[in-house]
Design a protein around this ligand. Structure first.
Ligand code: XUL
Ligand code: MN
Length: 351
């Protein structure tokens, strides 16, 4: 919840309205300018935007610091004129030739230097657009075959890089977003436990948090609501990427609640119970439109995810807590199961 009790601030990133290209086929929609995406965000009831560094400054690697300052300043003005805020900026450390074999764990010191320089530019951009955090998805930190890198060394290399970044900006807060695979076969920081442990290894654990993405937890074979609970227990859940996923497939980024309503309900429940949002945390989405969607409706997955989230907030708040407590005390979990399903399906429940 935000400062207004009970109201969540929600965000998404420009990549969540995309052209529909996948590894097997080309784009099927025209690109939509960032300004239009921001307008759409406001119309749909969102409060902020998430960014990759080059969503803010295109072709970042070719830009001077003056150009970076000017272009990021323009984005800040665009946000302000829409009444939106920037939640985070994330360095895109997986696209350049230098990051083919990883960023901070690359075997080539020149490539590691590229990753460090690029991330420092991301931090500069984050300050220029007034974003709250840097999100770090460690996309290619891992291996395709184990023998090319040392697992122990990779962790220490990432820790050293984080220490340098925490020194570069003494107010910087970094949220590690784990994912077990894709694009690498085996990521070195696959789960939320790894992400939190990594934060504790740095010189400023108090500025290290994490972000749980529903689909990423599921790709680990884990339950996202439990991952959120684990991070909340550590006081480290500083953002989420809500979406959905039909089991152990590629990272589908489906609309929140689209596959498994009860799973979504339990994510909302764990957030509500902990008062998530009261310390300025955002409810972020990371969802993708189906490739079938035509141009003029290529934003419906965002509207639907937001609606589903808010409807589930009402479902969580509308639970009969006394009944829940009573059934737990009686250890009648089958009955509780039935009650929850009736509640979710909107069916009348009679004990
Ligand atoms: C990739 C993913 C990223 C991060 C930000 O699966 O989720 O978009 O959220 O870099
Ligand atoms: Mn994500």
């Amino acid at each position: 919840m935000s400062d207004k009790q009970g109201v969540y601030r929600m965000s998404f990133g420009p990549w969540n309205i995309d052209e529909g290209a996948d590894p097997f086929g080309p784009p099927v929609r025209q690109p939509i300018p960032l300004a239009d995406k921001m307008k759409r965000a406001k119309e749909l009831g969102f409060d902020g935007m998430q960014f990759h560094d080059d969503d803010v400054v295109e072709d970042l690697d070719t830009k001077s610091s003056q150009q970076i300052e000017r272009e990021a300043g323009q984005i800040k003005e665009m946000l302000a004129s829409e009444g939106l805020a920037a939640e985070f900026v994330a360095p895109r450390l997986w696209f350049a030739p230098e990051t083919i074999d990883g960023a901070f764990t690359n075997n080539d010191p020149k490539c590691r230097q590229y990753a460090m320089d690029r991330t420092k530019k991301c931090i500069d951009i984050l300050r220029l657009v007034d974003a709250q955090y840097m999100v770090l998805w460690l996309a290619r930190e891992g291996t395709s075959i184990r023998e090319v890198k040392s697992a122990r060394q990779q962790v220490l290399m990432i820790r050293d890089a984080l220490n340098e970044l925490l020194d570069y900006d003494k107010d910087l807060r970094i949220l590690v977003e784990p994912k077990p695979n894709e694009p690498v076969d085996s990521a070195i920081i696959p789960t939320i436990g790894h992400a939190i442990g990594l934060g504790y290894m740095t010189k400023a654990p108090e500025r290290m948090g994490c972000l749980v993405e529903t689909a990423h937890s599921m790709l680990c074979g884990l339950d996202a609501s439990d991952d959120m609970g684990y991070a909340l227990a550590h006081g480290k859940l500083w953002s989420v990427h809500l979406n959905d996923q039909g089991g152990l497939k590629f990272d589908q980024d489906k609309a929140f609640g689209a596959y498994n309503l009860r799973h979504a309900f339990n994510q909302v429940r764990v957030l509500e119970e902990a008062g998530f949002g009261q310390n300025g945390e955002w409810v972020g989405l990371d969802v993708k439109a189906m490739r079938t969607q035509k141009q003029d409706v290529s934003w419906k997955h965002l509207a639907n995810s937001r609606r589903n989230f808010l409807a589930l907030v009402e479902k969580v708040r509308g639970l009969d807590k006394n009944l829940e407590r009573q059934l737990i005390a009686e250890r009648d979990y089958e009955e509780l199961d039935r009650y929850i399903l009736c509640h979710l399906m909107g069916l009348p429940y009679k004990g």
